[in-house]
Design a protein around this ligand. Structure first.
Ligand code: RET
Length: 133
């Protein structure tokens, strides 16, 4: 599989506000979260991933094995439970987060020294780009 290991800093973030609204995140949290430039730290061992989103306000971490459904608790985001499953689409990582929210998931892919992330919830699509630190 592709190698995502590394530390990446956010360089762009489109439609994060509508994504957070779709998740039902409160106004005050959205105002703060919109100003953040988080860092992604990815540890990968084959199909096993640890992904950390680090910011001055709040952090979010997940661990998963590609191809294995897991219970995700979106602690510090919208605090819901999802049955999440990540699969490979060639070198892209594609996650479907089954739960209360329709059409929820994300895609990660690499382009040169950039990590791209598309986050979807209902009809909201947020596009983020991170650059290798
Ligand atoms: C922050 C700050 C607090 C509010 C929100 C956040 C959003 C984090 C997101 C993380 C996505 C992580 C993924 C991990 C994959 O394994 C920055 C923690 C809403 C959207 C896709």
């Amino acid at each position: 599989p592709a190698n995502y290991n590394g530390t990446y800093n956010m360089i762009s973030n489109e439609n994060f506000e509508s994504y957070m609204r779709a998740l039902g995140i409160d106004f005050a949290t959205r105002k703060i979260a919109n100003l953040l430039k988080p860092q992604k730290v990815i540890e990968q061992n084959g199909d096993f991933f640890r992904m950390k989103t680090i910011s001055s306000f709040r952090n979010y971490s997940t661990e998963f094995t590609v191809g294995t459904e897991y219970e995700e608790e979106t602690k510090g985001l919208d605090n819901r439970k999802c049955k999440s499953m990540v699969t490979w689409d060639s070198d892209k990582l594609v996650c479907i987060q089954k739960g209360e929210k329709k059409n929820r998931g994300w895609k990660h892919w690499l382009e040169e020294d950039e990590l791209h992330l598309e986050l979807t919830c209902e009809d909201a699509v947020c596009k983020q780009v991170y650059k290798r630190a």
